[in-house]
Design a protein around this ligand. Structure first.
Ligand SMILES: Nc1ncnc2c1ncn2[C@@H]1O[C@H](COP(=O)(O)OP(=O)(O)OP(=O)(O)O)[C@@H](O)[C@H]1O
Length: 240
């Protein structure tokens, strides 16, 4: 479980999080929504200790993130809004392998994970390509593959669909749904609920650094516009 209690984060004088208490259960699929500047990125960066609380606490799997940041980073894999933030190697394969290698896994297991992760983002067979020669969308897919290869308990993706073409988007969405089915908790940060809302157990919407809405999509849908989030279209009952 990922849990925050009364989490406050300030950048200088500005308060980006104004007391967020939130629990994300194991295996939950949560969409974290909210207008620009509402605090979404700030919040998820606390889940694996990339930021330190000004006050309040964050724990992952029952352990304080501040006390054991290594455990938090192993349990929570993060896909950043800007994929370039996550790259550590020059080539696709080396980059995706980096996380699993650091877990001390055997070579065959690392290779399997890299293969499966690249396949999940439709980058099969492109392990030898240089990351700096890829398009923005391809780089975003490599960053997602790097997080998938960690096979984490909790997968957090900050605006993962922004630069993705339709086939890549569908492939990543399918993978997230499958992971959720296998018990991984998935948190997707987005301001466009059309992306994944249909798969989510729960939509949490931030506004002004606070949790403004929290519940299943149908329970919060009518209030999304009030917090600057466009409600996704209703699915017709005839649709499968
Ligand atoms: N590094 C920073 N320095 C100063 N202020 C920051 C910094 N990062 C974020 N902020 C401020 O904190 C607030 C919350 O930002 P955050 O990036 O968490 O919002 P967000 O909901 O993820 O926004 P977006 O949808 O635009 O990505 C904003 O007012 C932003 O200006």
């Amino acid at each position: 479980m990922i849990r925050t209690r009364d989490l406050v984060h300030r950048y200088g004088e500005a308060r980006a999080l104004a007391g967020v208490s939130l629990a994300i259960d194991d295996g939950e699929f949560v969409v974290l929504a909210g207008a620009n500047g509402s605090g979404k990125t700030t919040l998820v960066r606390h889940f694996n200790g990339l930021l330190e609380p000004d006050s309040g606490t964050v724990s992952v799997n029952g352990r304080s993130v501040a006390a054991d940041v290594v455990a938090a980073r192993t349990a929570v894999a993060m896909v950043f809004q800007d994929p370039r933030e996550s790259f550590v190697a020059a080539t696709v394969g080396a980059d995706v392998a980096f996380g699993p290698e650091n877990l001390g896994l055997p070579r065959e297991e690392v290779d399997r994970r890299v293969r499966e992760a690249l396949s999940a983002v439709r980058m099969d067979g492109r392990g030898d390509e240089r990351i700096d020669a890829l398009s923005g969308g391809e780089q975003a897919r490599v960053a997602i593959a790097g997080a998938l290869a960690m096979e984490p308990d909790h997968l957090v993706l900050d605006e993962p669909f922004a630069g993705l073409d339709w086939p890549a988007r569908e492939a990543v969405e399918d993978r997230l749904v499958a992971l959720h089915g296998d018990g991984t908790s998935v948190v997707v940060v987005t301001h466009d609920l059309r992306d994944v809302a249909a798969h989510a157990d729960r939509v949490v919407a931030l506004s002004g650094g606070r949790v403004a809405l929290d519940g299943p999509l149908d329970a919060v849908r009518d209030r999304l516009a009030d917090v600057g989030v466009r409600p996704p279209p209703r699915r017709s009952s005839a649709e499968p």
